[in-house]
Design a protein around this ligand. Structure first.
Ligand SMILES: N[C@@H](CCC[C@H](N)C(=O)O)C(=O)O
Length: 277
């Protein structure tokens, strides 16, 4: 069968977006890995699937798969592309869209300048929220990696994040520490790893080694987690501009149980069809 899809990106974090409201398909793990391959397939960091909601108070169900085929709880850059996609494909006329994800509900707001703001919910720092093997909810934790002790903060944005502060993201040890922390036994469901350089109380540089994908040009939930950890530690104050290799996002967060708002662009690249095996 031929599956219609749209290739999109949010700051270079790229997606294959598939409408399973008007099409039928079974996308198994092996098929997703084949489609994600940048030489033998379409190539993407995440596959985003639009499904009808199971909860009548929601507009859609938003499902997310990493390039390695694993299904995950949340994707921030993907959420902005999801909103553009359902409007462009006329699956809704609403500019405020409520979606259910495996990590909880999200509210997506498409603005007049085509920027999309996403209510990402409240960050959670308790180790069991990720999960992370630690006795207490601390601002920072020590983690032994390859015989060295590194300082991390942890946060869940529906999906799990570890955040390290580095002097300069340009020469941060992303390729070495990223995979080692992603697969660290204290993170039983693996983790996304952010490397944050503080520029001022309202500006950071960030690189993210994503669980199930590797380093991407931008990670929306990673930006939210880094800002939440920075504000909680008293190092940042809202709003914070986050500069990622693919571009910049704005994150607003008043702290505590308040919801974090992420604002940034969402771009369509092309529409296509591909034969499924
Ligand atoms: N690119 C994303 C995050 C995608 C999921 C992540 N790799 C995970 O496994 O949790 C974003 O923009 O948030």
């Amino acid at each position: 069968m031929l599956l219609h899809f749209t290739k999109m990106h949010g700051l270079g974090n790229d997606f294959m977006v598939v409408d399973l409201v008007t099409q039928r398909a079974r996308l198994e793990n092996e098929e997703i890995r084949r489609l994600a391959d940048r030489r033998f397939g379409i190539g993407f960091d995440q596959l985003l699937v639009v499904e009808p909601p199971r909860d009548p108070d929601m507009d859609f169900r938003y499902r997310i798969y990493n390039a390695d085929g694993s299904e995950v709880e949340n994707c921030g850059n993907g959420a902005r592309c999801f909103a553009r996609f359902v409007l462009d494909k006329r699956l809704t006329h609403k500019r405020q869209i409520r979606v259910e994800t495996a990590g909880g509900p999200l509210v997506l707001d498409v603005q007049d300048d085509n920027q999309v703001s996403v209510d990402m919910g409240a960050p959670r720092f308790a180790p069991q929220a990720l999960p992370f093997d630690a006795d207490e909810d601390l601002l920072t934790h020590r983690l032994d990696v390859d015989g060295k002790s590194v300082e991390i903060s942890v946060a869940s944005m529906g999906n799990p994040h570890a955040v390290l502060i580095v002097d300069n993201t340009d020469d941060a040890p992303v390729e070495h520490l990223g995979p080692a922390i992603e697969a660290h036994p204290r993170f039983p469901r693996r983790v996304n790893v952010g490397f944050m350089q503080l520029v001022s109380s309202g500006e950071i540089h960030l690189r993210v080694y994503e669980r199930g994908t590797g380093e991407t040009l931008a990670c929306g939930t990673g930006a939210c987690a880094a800002v939440a950890c920075g504000i909680r530690r008293g190092l940042l104050s809202s709003p914070v501009k986050v500069h990622l290799p693919g571009g910049s996002l704005q994150i607003d967060w008043a702290g505590g149980e308040s919801h974090l708002i992420m604002t940034g662009p969402a771009e369509r690249v092309y529409d296509g069809r591909i034969a499924l095996r």
